[in-house]
Design a protein around this ligand. Structure first.
Ligand code: ADP
Ligand code: MG
Length: 156
């Protein structure tokens, strides 16, 4: 399934992330796609808050993988600096997918054409300086959870 979410400020994108953070369950994988400055890290900041994480989220571009303890452990990955799926395997980065915590991946395009089928994908587009369109695709279950939580992020 697929749906579109529009935001008009960084705070609004954080709020979308927070809504996700409140409904994620162990093993969930969220893939973020879009250019530099699209708002991926901004969304992760809200998502971390939704998971009850107090620490401020930093961009893991140089670290590739940062871990934060919360209601569920957040694995925050940024694949900007990897060359392709072969690097991923070498670095063992996929080991945190589908495990006890949740994983959120920036530059998920680098995972190649066949990301794990249970993943939720959020593709960011930047139609204007402060407007973003997030296209959500993936299992309808996460959308069902977002609706049930009454977050208002996903319209009926
Ligand atoms: P990425 O991780 O995709 O490279 P960041 O989240 O680090 O992007 O940066 C997004 C930038 O765009 C920030 O400077 C943020 O303030 C700005 N911005 C403006 N409007 C929005 C919006 N609607 N949603 C998210 N970020 C926005
Ligand atoms: Mg980023």
């Amino acid at each position: 399934m697929s749906c579109r979410i529009c935001t008009d400020s960084p705070e609004a994108t954080e709020a979308v992330g927070e809504a996700f953070g409140t409904v994620l369950v162990p093993g969930d994988l969220v893939l973020l796609e879009g250019d530099l400055g699209a708002g991926k890290t901004t969304l992760v900041r809200g998502l971390a808050r939704g998971l009850g994480i107090k620490a401020g989220v930093k961009s893991p571009t140089f670290a590739i993988h940062l871990t934060y303890p919360g209601r569920l452990t957040l694995h925050h990955l940024d694949l900007y600096r990897i060359r392709g799926p072969e690097d991923l395997e070498e670095l063992g980065l996929e080991d945190c997918f589908g495990r006890e915590g949740v994983a959120v991946v920036e530059w998920a395009e680098r995972l190649g054409p066949h990301p794990p089928p249970w993943a939720v994908r959020l593709r960011f587009e930047e139609p204007g300086p402060t407007s973003r369109i997030l296209t959500l695709t993936g299992p309808s279950e996460v959308v069902t959870r977002l609706r049930a939580a009454g977050s208002g992020v996903v319209r009926r």
